[in-house]
Write a protein that binds this ligand. Structure first.
Ligand SMILES: Cc1ncc(COP(=O)(O)O)c(C=O)c1O
Length: 405
């Protein structure tokens, strides 16, 4: 069959894609009136304050003829959102130099920002190193359009490795990154960047420095290590504001060349003005921001406790030095069996117990770091309890009946 595709499109078209599985999971999701539906604890989303976000957006966002229906100022950001982002960045990320409007570009989510940054920094097949374990989305986001190559920097093979805490240790970072850089260079890959997520995904912990509390790379005093023009920051509304679906992200850079480069393609990632207003409206209201943050922390802590109690009760190890994020990195290696080849888990099935156990086994074998899984806890309490109860039943089945049954 001739599809008439370019080489790059043909290459992408045969990569494993998550969307079929996501679509079938979402079509069969648990709800109080759909008790047999699937509970999805695999995605890094925070739905806990959806009601508050929706209420706020519904009250204040309405399509208007002056700002929302025309091309306006173009794709780089609405003047209102840019203005609202500046004090937010300055108070939230405590930069050593105040952030300026001209240093910001709004894009549809951090995914789009990673794609745009990779495109602007890397030539075809050039590398970006990221500490491992890493957020699995980094790979497709840097590769599928921009043609970058994500290179994980493993810590396990670094001399003196003690455990996952080393991922936050400056000296171990230096060793892991240097070793990976050396290997990549020997493999003929030109490395152009290091990509770090704070809080770390999947470990759910923020980086820290020995000298001052680390808030963000913007205030970390990196002048001795790197030219600040080469440090770029991405932030998204999705996680902190419980709105992954609004697709809002922002790229900050003091590098005029980089901003000009990303501006040149920003028309392809233009966030509708009406959506930009939803975020601007929240950012402009300090009282709302403060209350929202407090409430978010409270509910996240409660849901984290539910997951942690489940893991403790079932004697399941996990990375426990966690204080941020919406997930926990869980060690299910003892449930793995043998060394059968991993099967890609690309489709979901309807739920009944046997199928659920089979499905779960398939996911177990298909882990990115074999045996380790990220379980999200920021879902509605009843769904979280049910999902964990089902997970417990599956694990017990595997323990009692063995892998082959
Ligand atoms: C580290 C990291 N980067 C990027 C993304 C994608 O974010 P967005 O929904 O803003 O595109 C995620 C989402 O899970 C993430 O965890």
């Amino acid at each position: 069959m001739y599809f008439g595709l370019s080489q790059r499109a043909a290459h992408n078209s045969v990569q494993v894609s998550p969307w079929n599985a996501v679509e079938s999971v979402m079509a069969n999701l648990w709800a109080t009136d759909k008790p047999d539906g699937l509970v999805f604890l695999g995605v890094a989303e925070n739905t806990l304050l959806h009601q508050q976000v929706a209420a706020r957006a519904n009250k204040n966002a309405a399509v208007n003829t002056s700002d929302h229906l025309s091309y306006g100022v173009g794709p780089r950001a609405s003047p209102r959102l840019k203005k609202a982002l500046v004090p937010f960045f300055n108070s939230e990320f405590r930069p050593s130099e105040p952030v300026l409007q001209k240093e910001l570009l709004v894009l549809p989510g951090v995914a789009a920002a990673i794609d745009a940054l990779t495109w602007a920094i890397c030539n075809e097949s050039e590398g970006i190193i990221t500490p491992a374990p890493f957020y699995t989305g980094f790979k497709p986001m840097s590769a599928l359009r921009a043609g970058g190559v994500l290179i994980p920097a493993p810590f396990k093979s670094v001399e003196g490795y003690r455990g996952l805490d080393d991922v936050f240790d400056p000296d171990m970072n230096r060793k892991a990154l240097e070793k990976t850089l050396l290997q990549a260079t020997q493999d003929g890959i030109t490395v152009r960047a290091v990509l770090i997520s704070n809080p770390h995904n999947p470990l759910g912990r923020c980086y820290a420095t020995n000298v001052t509390p680390f808030v963000s790379v913007l205030g970390a005093g990196l002048d001795e290590c790197i030219d600040s023009h080469l440090v770029h920051v991405m932030h998204g509304m999705g996680k902190d504001f419980c709105a992954t679906g609004l697709r809002l992200g922002v790229l900050h850079s003091t590098n005029e060349g980089l901003i000009a480069a990303v501006s040149s393609i920003s028309v392809f990632g233009w966030v509708p003005y009406v959506v930009q207003d939803v975020w601007a409206d929240m950012l402009e209201d300090e009282q709302f921001l403060g209350d929202f943050k407090l409430e978010n922390r409270k509910v996240l802590a409660k849901h984290f406790t539910i997951l942690r109690s489940f893991l403790d009760q079932h004697n399941i190890p996990y990375y426990s030095n966690v204080h941020a994020g919406v997930f926990v990195w869980v060690d299910l290696r003892r449930y793995l069996h043998g060394n059968s080849a991993p099967e890609p888990a690309t489709s979901a099935v309807n739920v009944n117990h046997d199928q659920e156990v089979k499905l779960f086994k398939r996911f177990l074998r298909a882990g990115v770091v074999l045996g380790w899984y990220r379980i999200s806890f920021a879902v509605e309490e009843q769904a979280l309890n049910l999902g964990l109860q089902r997970l417990g039943t599956c694990l017990k089945s595997i323990e009692n009946d063995g892998w082959e049954n």
